[in-house]
Design a protein around this ligand. Structure first.
Ligand SMILES: NC(=O)c1ccc[n+]([C@@H]2O[C@H](COP(=O)([O-])OP(=O)(O)OC[C@H]3O[C@@H](n4cnc5c(N)ncnc54)[C@H](OP(=O)(O)O)[C@@H]3O)[C@@H](O)[C@H]2O)c1
Length: 494
């Protein structure tokens, strides 16, 4: 890590009274301060609509940090950061607020010697992105000189290719691509960063990482929760836009990419985008064959009863929004020809988990078990909540008979008490300060993800879904199994 970088800056958070700021951003900032990673010349301008003083905001921030931080609250650490936090109340839609904001930013900048450098963090609903960027341009940024400015934009980046393109065109009027950080917090997760290391720093994986040795890849991300209080947002998004367009396709690109020439940001992104470009388009004609969508109805889990999606707050009683998606995806290139990537993600599943299963081809039954099939080797990369790697291979069962059984090696990274993995937002915020955008999506990655997703969404429009089609607390619609059974395969549940 380059410790000579000048990180002096003001972090301007739009949406600072919201859920994301309280649960993720403020704890991340505190954790960075705890590790002495924040520069002395640092300040935070927290912006919300509610009327309150900086002191009241600091008290709220203290409570949020105490509740959500991975490091314990230490008063000395908090004292070092709290006096650098300021609150500004404004309405995003009114220009007066921006004029006032510009003046306050100048004062804070001088007080904390942050050299005019700014990170503008959009922790707001997507419909505000454009408006804030335009107003910032007109009333704040035009008045800034000799400083760097970066924008962090939360997902979803648009709701289809067209709107994403338009949003991007607005951003590039104000921010250079290298200063645009499209955040996908999955990319900040420890095990995700570990995928490249596992693949490219170990001799025994990479030579087998292709269609000759791999039978199929299964990427599953399940959530136990429903839409919680985000029904309004989710109604416009659904699992496809919320999860597949960003997180799931990012996982596919990391698993599928070629080794980059070096570890430079652009070299890595160049390889990732090649995978997204090579995704075989799912057209209206084959959408039924390659996709399954679902929506949860009422159900029970562990003695608890759950509402169906249509009964949730701010959700239409006739909603056709999908809370579950499963896909059969192919990457059309030399390495992956014919290897299906099965993807599934859903809400109100029995447990929260994200994992990638690489199933190797079965070995020819020449030496052992001519009459019985050997279990194929599996490599499982566990992203959350457990972080680690699981490997299944065949071995002889101890005893006098020649019996072969599958055995396992299970490496759990975060089970060891002394490993407290950094939260994704902590890593990502620090990267923005350092100007490292490797773990953020470049525009063309977003563009090609939308191209792929748009085509499926278009195909779905042709047929009205029969929802709800799975009970809350179960593993999704039964059609999901058929998706693999057609290929004479099944989902692997470790
Ligand atoms: N929450 C998460 O875990 C999460 C995870 C991933 C991505 N995201 C994304 O992060 C963004 C923020 O989500 P969130 O859950 O934090 O939303 P939220 O809890 O609804 O917070 C929205 C924030 O925007 C402010 N706001 C709304 N309208 C405003 C206006 N006209 N003028 C000024 N301020 C206004 C609110 O201020 P007041 O409260 O003062 O009204 C609040 O600070 C969204 O794009 C979301 O998709 C969130």
């Amino acid at each position: 890590m380059d410790t000579n970088l000048d990180l002096s800056c003001t972090l301007v958070i739009f949406g600072a009274t919201g859920d994301l700021t309280h649960r993720k951003l403020l704890p991340a900032i505190y954790n960075l301060q705890y590790q002495r990673l924040l520069p002395e010349a640092f300040s935070i301008m927290a912006i919300g609509r509610k009327d309150k003083t900086s002191n009241t905001y600091r008290e709220e921030a203290y409570k949020a940090v105490k509740k959500f931080s991975r490091f314990p609250m230490e008063e000395e650490v908090w004292k070092d950061i709290s006096h650098k936090i300021y609150y500004e109340s404004m309405n995003f839609l009114e220009k007066e607020g921006y004029i006032e904001l510009q003046k306050r930013l100048q004062i804070i900048d001088e007080k904390h010697h942050t050299k005019g450098n700014k990170i503008y963090y959009m922790a707001v609903a997507p419909e505000y992105f454009q408006h804030i960027i335009d107003a910032l341009h007109k009333h704040v940024i035009n008045k800034e000189e000799k400083s760097w400015r970066r924008i962090v934009i939360e997902k979803p980046f648009g709701r289809d290719l067209e709107s994403a393109k338009y949003l991007n065109s607005k951003i590039v009027e104000v921010f250079q691509e290298k200063n645009t950080y499209r955040i996908d917090h999955y990319l900040g997760k420890e095990m995700l960063q570990n995928i490249m290391v596992l693949r490219f720093a170990n001799m025994f994986f990479e030579p087998l990482w292709n269609s000759k040795y791999i039978d199929n890849i299964q990427i599953s991300s399940s959530e136990r929760v429903g839409v919680e209080n985000r029904g309004g947002y989710y109604e416009k998004a659904g699992a496809m836009r919320d999860m597949v367009q960003s997180h799931m396709l990012q996982l596919v690109s990391l698993i599928g990419m070629e080794p980059p020439n070096d570890l430079d940001t652009e070299s890595i992104r160049n390889e990732k985008v090649k995978v997204l470009k090579a995704l075989k388009k799912i057209t209206q004609e084959d959408v039924q064959e390659n996709t399954v969508r679902g929506q949860y109805g009422p159900g029970q889990l562990g003695g608890e009863s759950f509402l169906g999606y249509r009964e949730e707050e701010r959700v239409s009683v006739t909603s056709d929004t999908e809370t579950y998606v499963a896909l059969r995806v192919f990457i059309e290139n030399f390495r992956w020809a014919g290897v299906p990537f099965y993807i599934r993600t859903g809400k109100r599943m029995p447990q929260k988990s994200t994992e990638i299963i690489i199933q190797f081809k079965s070995i020819e039954n020449i030496l052992y078990f001519k009459e019985k099939i050997l279990q194929p080797n599996l490599l499982v990369i566990r992203i959350q909540p457990r972080e680690g790697v699981f490997f299944r291979f065949n071995a002889k069962e101890p005893g006098t008979q020649q019996k072969i059984i599958p055995v396992q090696m299970d490496f759990c990274q975060n089970c060891q008490l002394d490993i407290n993995s950094p939260e994704a937002y902590e890593r990502l915020l620090y990267d923005v300060m350092r100007g490292d955008s490797t773990l953020f999506a470049r525009w063309d990655e977003v563009e090609y993800s939308w191209r792929f997703v748009d085509s499926i969404l278009e195909g779905w429009k042709k047929q009205k879904p029969v929802f709800p089609n799975y009970e809350a607390g179960t593993w999704g619609p039964k059609e999901t199994d058929l998706l693999l059974q057609k290929d004479k395969r099944g989902w692997i549940n470790i």
